[in-house]
Design a protein around this ligand. Sequence first.
Ligand SMILES: Nc1ncnc2c1ncn2[C@@H]1O[C@H](COP(=O)(O)OP(=O)(O)OP(=O)(O)O)[C@@H](O)[C@H]1O
Length: 528
Amino acid sequence: MSPNRHLTRGRDLARTAGDHAADMFAPLTLISRGLRRHAGWAKGRWQATPKERRGPTLLLAAAVLVGVFLLPHGPLLAVVALVGSAAWTGREPKAAADPASDPADAKLPALYAALTPYLTSPDDVCPLYRPDGSYQDAFAGWQFDAEGRLAALEIGYPAYFTDTEPGARNRIEQVVQGKAGRAREYRFDWDQECNKLQVTALAPLPQDVPAQTWVTTPGEIVLGFTDSQATQRMIPVVQDGGPGHQPPVIWRTGPRSAEPHLLALGSAGSGTSTLLRTVALQALAHGDLLVIDGAGTGEHACLVNRPGVHTVETSLHGALAALEWAAQETERRLAALNTARYRGEPAPADATRPLWLLLDHPTELTELAQAEGRPDPQELLEVPLRHGRAARVTVVVVDSVEAFDRISPTVRSAARARVVLGEVAGEELGRALGVPLEIAPAAQTPPGRGYARIGAQPPVRLQVPATVDPLDEEAPARQREAVIALLPHRDTRIEAPAPPMPQHQPQVPPAEPAAEGGRVELGKERIG
Ligand SMILES: Nc1ncnc2c1ncn2[C@@H]1O[C@H](COP(=O)(O)OP(=O)(O)OP(=O)(O)O)[C@@H](O)[C@H]1O
């Protein structure tokens, strides 16, 4: 065997012996460390004790020692207690945890660097944003949530930044949202006087609010729920978690409303039909409905033959007949109201009972009408839109956001209550709502999520209640049952049924089987 191998083997043996010895003597090391700490503690106490109290202290210690000595097994127990205490005290202190890294130091430099190209100018001699600058120079305050995500940030910007141009502002908002995370929505408050931008991450809105009877006054329609900062009102709501309160988005309709008609636009599958169903269920409590389903998907079949529902039309022929009747009915109501006012009599009940015209995707019928050379159904809305407020006729139009240009100018100008649902680009959002939105939408939105603007008020976030189609077997059974429970039934309705519409047959798609566990029959038959 070579001397080298001898040497290596010897070294291994020594290391193993050393390890074994360390293991063997570890308890002794622990106890001696503990005893040293005890001794250090006793020394410290002794030095801290005033001189005049040292004698009595010594006497007391001696008395305790004698007492222990005299106890049966006293010295043994005392030694065991001392060794146990030393072993406990001698444990190695735990390594101090690394101080948690500050999320601001991790995330804000990246955001500062990303904003620099947009907020700097070569002519600026003392730029706020520069490649070698620090985020502390430009950001006045920030807040991170418990998960280390940006919750709020105040960004300063140079005076020459064109904060009045939507395009320039939009670029900054996109950079901030990109760095802060696209999964959430952010509110951007531009303080143009002080050159400051306040960014706030918005908490998600509740998505599990099922359809139910809302505590509102007649004429008030709950479109959905919003942030508590957006409204001072709260209404009682029953959710999965039990009873609670939520801030509603209320649309006031009727003769005193400044926004008597609604236009809702959305991307495909964003929940516009569900919004229409939400409105229909609330409207049926105090009025009568006429529903036009331009897409012909049968999503409103659950309303067919319900008390108060004049008709649910899916064909161009039926829609034209129904809207012609609605225009004549509006004129009849106006005449009846005028006559009553002229004679000083109370307004007749058949002229004041609210009538709702609910149109889902009317632009589909407009295209069909153009192809067939027939009148545009939207043109027939002109009278109800213009005189609806006085005649208690409310028009609700929902359509796809791409159809915005195909919606007639009359509808667009008269429908001053606006809703936009789903993933819609910022520019289209601004166009549909009538003002640029100060909120950057999240990358993905659940169904029924969007924004509402009632008249001239600023837009607010909106989550429509889960008013699913009760005939949709893929929808959760509890949500379907909640809608079925709200649908009026012939036996439950106390008001007089809606008068029959003359001269046309309602055309609806064939009925699906009744929803599982339904409390009411969803079969369809001819009305009137
Ligand atoms: N507020 C909501 N809560 C829960 N689910 C919803 C909500 N809104 C819509 N949904 C669900 O999303 C799906 C699409 O909804 P809906 O049919 O209302 O969308 P849409 O905008 O009318 O679609 P399209 O324009 O393509 O017909 C349905 O399954 C519906 O149950």
